[in-house]
Design a protein around this ligand. Structure first.
Ligand code: F58
Length: 799
């Protein structure tokens, strides 16, 4: 395949295009244009530049009849796009200049864009990084998901408590998408199944329309563009005119309301399957539309159905689209007449499944009765899939068991490859959740350690450092990230170290200025920035970080003249609205922050900052500014983590457990450049089996005991002294995530970090070695692994 030529446009021409869009797409003149109008005009002008490479890529795939990858994901946590697209097209300087010539501040225009927050956390952001890498590697691919009207809720704090409000990114026009009214599929629910002459047919009781919206995803240097196709739910019948004419307006719009509910809101739950009928409908809705769409495309090329696996690779991002298996079987067998066994084998040849969690509560299961009511034909097909699987393996694993349809088992059985997301996690997948299935299908599970796109997570978010890297090793590294290895010798070069440190300092100042403007908070940029950003979850142990903060505060107050290393502890993240304990932890962080930040003894030495409403854009400020990255999950619980990679790449040192991809990060950056502490996954399991393990750990640690007594006694909640009595009590008896057992080791490691951080030269040397050795964590490497081990698709040759 050939490539699309680099985009060439000068500031003058881009300026004219921006004005043209301002006038003719937005109907505004320069004197009346708002920031929003300028941002829309710039976006539309940039979007125009994407169209030619997008058409060219699509044309090449059709001509070559190439195999396509379909990445099915309930979540795509994309963030903002203006800067990302300008950078991928290599026109960011031109864009900046064009805006300046129009009297507009480019940075302000970029910041006006709302985040596309169509995801909860790591899983959704991984999907977004994968889209970027698929286009950069020129792999023909579609992302398929839901065009939620409301992305992840907005978080703010009231008296320290998390309050959620609806997010509204689509209240403004979305600049990047193309509506495709002609691409629409009818999606059914409920009803009954008829059989005649050995042929089954499903007659849904209710239908909605899945309507497509396409966003081009441009890769590095504008060489290639794939498509993200998101489905919106619309009513099959616009409204009930009869009710309207009777004056019953509510009843008249009922069909529309019902249909639109399906794509109304992203489930804000990153813990458990909600068991809600709506969630199952969302899953089936987008999966069925995607499968129909890819089958139509395949058939339009005149292929025979048996060849489907040679042309189509379908990746299931977690179990949420696991219904793809039975749906594809249904279409192949019921609609296209393939014998059932052949339909199952053909579908399996296309499908692969990524597992992102070992937490049992996060593995989806549906009540069989509900499932059979909403998807009666799929229920029957799953029974047939199970029969074939049992006949092939002799058991013991069932897909439907004890009145539940188990989506993990369904996805596994219907996939030709199943992957975990880090080496440790994949090993645990084999030993725990899918032990028996792994024995039955020993070739099926493979590892693909996660990665992050270096375009957004280094080049774009950290211009001080990416500029320095360009000047030091040239400009080829953004799509060949292991070239960063060439920085390693410079870790011993005094001038380079000084420049690296200055870049970090510039990022800290940028973050400080942003927080000052946003929240009125003042940060001392000479202090160490110690950052933990991720969903609030017990296994991620924000609580342990907070307990250590209180212990440090105690130590400072005990010895106010000690030689303390000034630190700013930054927390950011949201809790699932129904996750009581996580919300209690948020409240406690805010209570502790209020108390410590007001204490004169802590001034200049310890500060706690918890900016509300963490999202991708906030991460782009925080990640480059970190000195220390907190990756402190209970070993065995964090499948991979990807924030850990972002921090290491941007030159933060990690304090972390041997969990997820921390293991591989430590191997690559060097044990001496990583602060390891805590129990291993094996030790966690053993310790948990010991009676009263938490009480013993608390007994043995005077430091921890004192902190817990303060919290339980109301030291941070004088208005309600017993507010955290329950939380502390539970830590004694139900410390499932072993905060107590790892506390001392964590505290001691932090004190070692205090001492090490004071040797600025050596700290910077080790920070450089983190950046220079993190190149392997590019999502380009991950995607090349999927292409090779799972999808069997070719990459176009690199320029
Ligand atoms: C995350 N899972 C893992 N789930 O926790 C993290 O270790 C990993 O790096 C990342 O996936 C990418 O592999 C995660 O983010 C969710 O948010 C789901 C959302 C929908 C409900 C179930 C959890």
């Amino acid at each position: 395949m050939t490539f699309h030529a680099p985009i060439e446009i000068d500031a003058q021409s881009l300026r004219s295009e921006i004005i043209r869009h301002l006038n003719y797409s937005l109907g505004k003149d320069e004197t009346h244009a708002s920031l929003h109008d300028w941002r829309m005009s710039l976006s539309l002008a940039l979007r125009d530049l994407v169209v030619a490479p997008w058409f060219a890529s699509t044309r090449k795939v059709y001509e070559a009849r190439a195999k396509r990858v379909y990445y099915l994901s309930m979540e795509f946590l994309i963030g903002r796009l203006v800067e990302d697209i300008a950078i991928n097209l290599r026109v960011e300087d031109v864009a900046r200049e064009a805006m300046a010539s129009l009297g507009q501040d480019y940075a302000a225009v970029v910041a006006d864009e709302p985040d596309a927050a169509l995801g909860n956390g790591g899983l959704g952001r991984l999907a977004a990084c994968f889209l970027d890498s698929l286009s950069t590697l020129q792999i023909p691919a579609y992302g398929y998901g839901i065009r939620y009207e409301h992305g992840l809720f907005e978080q703010h704090f009231e008296d320290g408590r998390q309050i959620e409000t609806a997010e509204g990114w689509l209240t403004q026009r979305h600049a990047w998408e193309f509506e495709r009214p002609e691409v629409a599929y009818e999606i059914g629910f409920g009803g009954y199944v008829s059989e005649s002459g050995g042929k089954a047919a499903w007659h849904p009781g209710e239908t909605v329309i899945a309507s497509a919206y396409d966003t081009p995803i441009i890769g590095w240097k504008g060489r290639w563009a794939n498509t993200l196709r998101l489905w919106a739910a619309k009513p099959t019948r616009l409204f009930d005119l009869e009710s309207f004419n009777r004056g019953d307006y509510m009843a008249a719009s009922a069909p529309e309301t019902l249909a639109r509910t399906i794509s109304r809101v992203l489930y804000p739950d990153d813990t458990t399957d909600t068991g809600k009928e709506l969630r199952l409908k969302q899953e089936y809705f987008f999966t069925a539309a995607s499968i129909q769409d890819l089958l139509r495309r395949f058939l339009s090329e005149g292929n025979a159905l048996a060849e489907l696996p040679q042309h189509v690779a379908i990746q299931l991002n977690d179990t949420h689209p696991a219904i793809a298996g039975p749906e594809l079987v249904r279409l192949l067998a019921d609609v296209h007449g393939l014998p059932m066994a052949e339909a199952i084998a053909t579908a399996r040849g296309c499908l692969a499944y990524t597992n992102h969690t070992l937490l049992p509560e996060a593995l989806e299961r549906w009540p069989e009765a509900l499932f059979a009511q909403i998807l009666p034909r799929h229920h029957r097909i799953i029974e047939l899939i199970e029969d074939a699987h049992l006949a092939a393996t002799g058991g013991p694993v069932r897909i439907i068991e004890d009145g539940s349809v188990k989506m993990g088992e369904l996805a596994f059985v219907m996939a030709h490859r199943v992957n975990g997301v880090s080496a440790l996690h994949t090993g645990l997948v084999k030993q725990t959740v899918f032990r028996d299935l792994h024995q039955a299908y020993p070739e099926r599970i493979v590892n693909q350690t996660n990665g992050i796109t270096p375009r957004r997570w280094l080049y774009s978010c950290n211009r001080p450092l990416s500029g320095l890297i360009d000047r030091s090793i040239g400009t080829e590294w953004p799509d060949d990230l292991e070239q960063l290895g060439r920085l390693s010798p410079l870790a011993d070069d005094g001038a380079f170290r000084e420049a690296f440190r200055a870049a970090k300092q510039a990022n800290k100042e940028r973050l400080a200025a942003w927080l000052k403007a946003r929240d009125g908070i003042t940060l001392d940029t000479a202090a160490m920035f110690d950052i933990q950003i991720k969903r609030i979850h017990e296994y991620k142990r924000q609580l342990m970080n907070l307990l250590e903060t209180v212990a440090l505060w105690n130590a400072i107050r005990d010895n106010p003249n000690g030689d303390w290393t000034p630190r700013i502890k930054i927390f950011a993240g949201k809790a699932a609205p129904g996750y009581f304990v996580a919300k209690e932890i948020i409240h406690l962080i805010n209570d502790v922050a209020r108390t410590i930040n007001a204490d004169p003894a802590a001034r200049g030495l310890l500060q706690i900052v918890y900016p509300a409403n963490y999202n991708v854009s906030m991460a782009e400020y925080l990640v480059p500014a970190a000195d220390l990255s907190e990756q402190i999950s209970t070993a065995g619980k964090e499948a991979s983590g990807t924030g850990n990679m972002k921090f290491a790449l941007n030159g933060a040192l990690t304090i972390g457990t041997l969990d997820g991809a921390n293991v591989e990060i430590r191997e690559r950056v060097g044990a001496e450049n990583f602060y390891l502490f805590g129990l291993t996954a094996e030790e966690v399991t053993a310790r948990r089996a010991e009676p009263d393990f938490a009480r013993h750990a608390i007994e043995a640690s005077p430091t921890l005991r004192r902190v817990l007594e303060q919290i339980a006694g109301g030291a941070f909640s004088p208005d309600e002294p017993r507010r955290y009595a329950g939380l502390v009590h539970r830590l004694h008896d139900h410390d499932y995530f072993l905060v107590s057992c790892d506390f001392d080791s964590y505290y001691e490691t932090q004190r070692r970090i205090d001492a090490d951080y004071r040797d600025t030269g050596d700290w910077t040397r080790r920070a450089i070695l983190n950046t220079s050795n993190a190149g392997w964590f590019s999502s380009d490497r991950t995607i090349a692994g999927y292409a090779e081990d799972i999808w069997n698709v070719g990459r176009a040759p690199r320029r």
